[in-house]
Design a protein around this ligand. Structure first.
Ligand code: C5P
Length: 222
């Protein structure tokens, strides 16, 4: 679980993972829900390096086996640091943004189920609701993209461990998600339905939406 981002777009004084939503950190929300998926046995958190102690403390009360390691300068590096300490014998690894704090356990489990069913890489996706246009350097529209072919991609993304390890070792370049690295290797990536509750808390408005989701669900986001 990469959680080492500064959260610049969200604003505020503390790193995003420690921002609170209804009295609990975004990170604790994410860890708690991921841990509630029946097949999850261990959660490795890549935390801001200067906050390892604080993060360990705030996760001490969570009912799950949790390891906290120092994250890196990019999301990709943070994932690599976490992947490096996953114990031998674990064959399925999910990568899940702490910023998708309200992701329901059912979505986590459905990604695992799809990997177990034989897919080496699995991503949760939603249809794109906006019309999307490609725009040139002078703000002129170049093209309207066919929306029916587009999907918005969420996490957790699930992998056979060897696929993810190979992707991190060989893909090179900067990627905004892990499945992109698998695609770079020419390997298949399978889509499963995502969840509106798995939104990435990035901008201030996302905190307001997350609050509203929690209120509407009476804390139990499912
Ligand atoms: O920046 P972005 O919104 O894509 O970040 C997605 C996730 O990656 C967040 O949970 C963030 O904490 C994490 N991240 C990280 N290490 C970084 C940058 C981002 O773990 N250096």
């Amino acid at each position: 679980m990469p959680a080492a981002g500064a959260g610049v777009r969200l604003g505020g004084e503390v790193p995003k993972a420690l921002r609170e939503l209804r009295g609990e950190s975004l990170l604790a929300h994410a860890v708690k829900r991921a841990a509630a998926a029946p097949s999850v046995g261990l959660i490795v958190v890549a935390a801001p390096p200067q906050l390892l102690r604080e993060v360990r403390e705030l996760l001490a009360g969570v009912d799950a086996e949790v390891l906290v390691v120092a994250g890196g300068a990019s999301r990709q590096e943070s994932v690599a640091q976490a992947l490096a300490v996953v114990p031998d014998g674990i064959e399925i690894v999910l990568v899940h943004d702490a910023a998708r704090s309200l992701t329901p356990p059912e979505l986590v489990e459905s990604v695992i189920t799809a990997v177990r069913a034989g897919h080496g890489a699995v991503i949760p996706v939603l249809p794109v609701v906006d019309t999307i246009k490609r725009v040139g350097p002078s703000d002129d529209v170049v093209a309207t993209v066919d929306r029916s072919e587009l999907r918005a991609v969420q996490t957790p993304q699930g992998f056979r461990r060897e696929v993810l390890v190979k992707a991190h070792a060989e893909a090179g370049g900067e990627h905004t998600d892990d499945a992109g690295m698998v695609e770079r290797l020419g390997l298949p990536v399978h889509c499963v339905p995502g969840s509106e509750s798995a939104l990435k808390i990035t901008r201030p408005v996302d905190l307001i939406i997350a609050e509203a989701l929690l209120a509407a669900a009476g804390e139990e986001i499912r």
